[in-house]
Design a protein around this ligand. Structure first.
Ligand SMILES: *[C@@H]1O[C@H](CO)[C@@H](O)[C@H](O)[C@H]1NC(C)=O
Ligand SMILES: *[C@@H]1O[C@H](CO)[C@@H](O)[C@H](O)[C@H]1NC(C)=O
Ligand SMILES: *[C@@H]1O[C@H](CO)[C@@H](O)[C@H](O)[C@H]1NC(C)=O
Ligand SMILES: *[C@@H]1O[C@H](CO)[C@@H](O)[C@H](O)[C@H]1NC(C)=O
Ligand SMILES: [Zn+2]
Length: 520
């Protein structure tokens, strides 16, 4: 449909009416026509017209077409008032580094509501950073046979062992942690120090991580520190359970977890294969579901580091195909992880990533792509390449708004962007979250889901903190309860669950949502 301006330009008011009637399908060109008309037809903009334009624009945002019930509208206007109030108080949390304002967010009535809100699924979390540091230090490191060493870089490594471990990983000596603690005056201070080793959370982030390089260096280091602790088989099992519990307590009902290549080990040094870990994920999830039947499940996105060689990744893709055959219910697909700016581009791995389509097998991809602000580089092209490899979702997609074609494809194909705002801020892609590029995606109604990436490292649990930033900072006053509702429903709709399971999950979610609305 198109409009012929000439035909109508003499009869001012009627053109405006025609424009508004025909508007619903073609917003952009029509808004242009309206603007031209308003300038030519009347000396002053018509407030009625303006109102309609504002409504039209709002209807395009995420959740803009969600019809709210009476009860929902009431909660919505309360949220709106709360938001206006929070925006007027300094510091307004989304404008500051999350580490400096977490304690303020924790007291926010909006945040408390978001904690209670059924948020659906967490679709972008890494298995090596899914549990709060308190549990890791106060539970995991207090188990018997836990050894610790301090590295020359001032970090730590852990190993559970029946004997004094060999020196490795840059360690200059190992100590048994229970004996070390017994020799210390202030165990609490020591434990707080350990927590510092296992998270990026700190009170002065700008000094600790002044650049992207510094943040990423600490980020990778922290994963090494965590590794020996959480891959010890007995800890590993409880760790997964604890991770599910923390998500569940934040009203998350389903998880898609990025799982790396690391393997679990036993006290005697036995190392399990990856299939063992997958079975543990499956069994622990079932165990969790036995006491929390409204938790839907866990599916795994096998993830390999983007520093590996093409031939290694090719082998990993083949392994992933095998795992998918063996565990079709729990394997969702495949991803490349690690810092994009210093890693290899998706295009670099084209030979490896084409293996499934060459042998006519579907291995869904869930690529991290565009987690960069280096416009025009090879890694910046990852967003387009991810789509060329038919990715099911885009992790971060921070660079997507700079790629109109990729953005269009992502929207048309329903390839949702996994938005993890706190992660982007801590890793120094953006400082004031009101300037996050997802503001554009949100205002256009792009397919989006909200996630938390690495809760251990960023000092979060569940998704409520990231939802807060999206709702209050990125969405501004425009984001409303409809936005929140659509974001929660998106997390099921864009999950890897089969259509039948999505229907079931949506029904479970809807019941929770109705209860949430009734109780708040
Ligand atoms: C750690 O947590 C597990 C359950 O996850 C519990 O059984 C155990 O007693 C806890 N251990 C310590 C040392 O707190
Ligand atoms: C790691 O933990 C030790 C022991 O508490 C502490 O002395 C050290 O400062 C910590 N290092 C970091 C990087 O937090
Ligand atoms: C992507 O999907 C299209 C359409 O289904 C298909 O033709 C193409 O081979 C796929 N490409 C890859 C790399 O899987
Ligand atoms: C979906 O829900 C229906 C009705 O509760 C149930 O019969 C069916 O088994 C469920 N499907 C799956 C795959 O869980
Ligand atoms: Zn990630």
């Amino acid at each position: 449909m198109s409009l012929d301006i000439q035909n109508h330009s003499s009869s001012n008011t009627c053109l405006q009416r025609i424009v508004l009637k025909k508007i619903s399908r073609w917003p952009y060109p029509l808004i242009m026509v309206m603007l031209v008309c308003i300038r030519e037809c009347t000396p002053m903009p018509d407030p009625h017209q303006r109102d309609k334009m504002l409504k039209l624009e709002l209807s395009q945002q995420v959740g803009g077409r969600v019809e709210l019930t009476q009860a929902e509208q009431q909660l919505d206007s309360r949220l709106h008032q709360l938001k206006v109030k929070e925006m007027g108080v300094s510091p307004f949390p989304p404008t500051k580094h999350f580490f400096k304002v977490r304690h303020i967010i924790q007291k926010s009535p909006i945040f408390k509501l978001l904690q209670k809100m059924p948020k659906g699924a967490a679709l972008h979390i890494h298995s090596s950073a899914m549990v709060g540091v308190d549990w890791l230090v106060l539970n995991a490191t207090y188990r018997p046979h836990c050894y610790i060493c301090f590295t020359s870089k001032g970090s730590v490594r852990f190993l559970f062992s029946a004997h004094m471990p060999f020196l490795r990983w840059g360690c200059f000596s190992w100590s048994r942690l229970d004996m070390l603690r017994a020799s210390l005056g202030d165990v609490t201070a020591f434990d707080n120090g350990l927590m510092q080793n296992l998270t990026l959370f700190t009170e002065d982030p700008e000094t600790a991580y002044p650049t992207q390089d510094a943040a990423w260096e600490r980020f990778e280091e922290t994963f090494l520190a965590l590794s020996g602790l959480i891959t010890y088989a007995p800890v590993f099992k409880d760790y997964i359970y604890q991770g599910l519990k923390e998500l569940y307590e934040d009203n998350i009902m389903y998880l898609e977890l990025r799982v790396g290549l690391s393997k679990a080990y036993e006290l005697d040094g036995t190392v399990h294969d990856r299939a063992w870990s997958l079975e543990v994920y499956r069994d622990i999830t079932e165990q969790f579901r036995a006491s929390h039947p409204d938790f839907i499940g866990t599916r795994i996105i096998l993830s390999v580091h983007r520093t590996l060689s093409v031939s290694d990744v090719k082998q990993d893709v083949k392994d992933a195909i095998e795992m998918q055959k063996q565990y079709p219910d729990i394997i969702a697909g495949f991803d490349l992880v690690g810092r994009e700016d210093t890693g290899k581009s998706i295009w670099n791995y084209q030979e490896a990533l084409s293996v499934p389509s060459e042998i006519k097998i579907k291995l869904p991809y869930f690529f991290h792509a565009g987690e960069t602000d280096s416009l025009g580089t090879d890694v910046d092209k990852n967003v387009l390449d991810a789509l060329l490899f038919n990715t099911s979702r885009i992790g971060h997609g921070f660079a997507l708004v700079h790629h109109p074609l990729a953005k269009k494809l992502s929207r048309e194909r329903g390839v949702a962007v996994e938005l993890c705002p706190i992660s982007n801020q801590v890793l120094n892609l953006v400082s004031d979250l009101r300037n996050h590029p997802a503001t554009v995606l949100m205002s256009e109604g792009h397919p989006l889901v909200v996630s938390s990436d690495d809760p251990t490292l960023f000092g979060t649990t569940g998704l409520s903190y990231d939802f807060y930033q999206v709702f209050v900072g990125i969405g501004g006053l425009n984001a409303n309860l409809g936005t929140l509702k659509e974001l929660a429903m998106n997390s099921i709709r864009y999950s890897s669950l089969s259509p039948e399971l999505q229907n079931n999950a949506t029904m479970v979610w809807q019941k929770k949502w109705d209860r949430f609305i009734a109780e708040n």
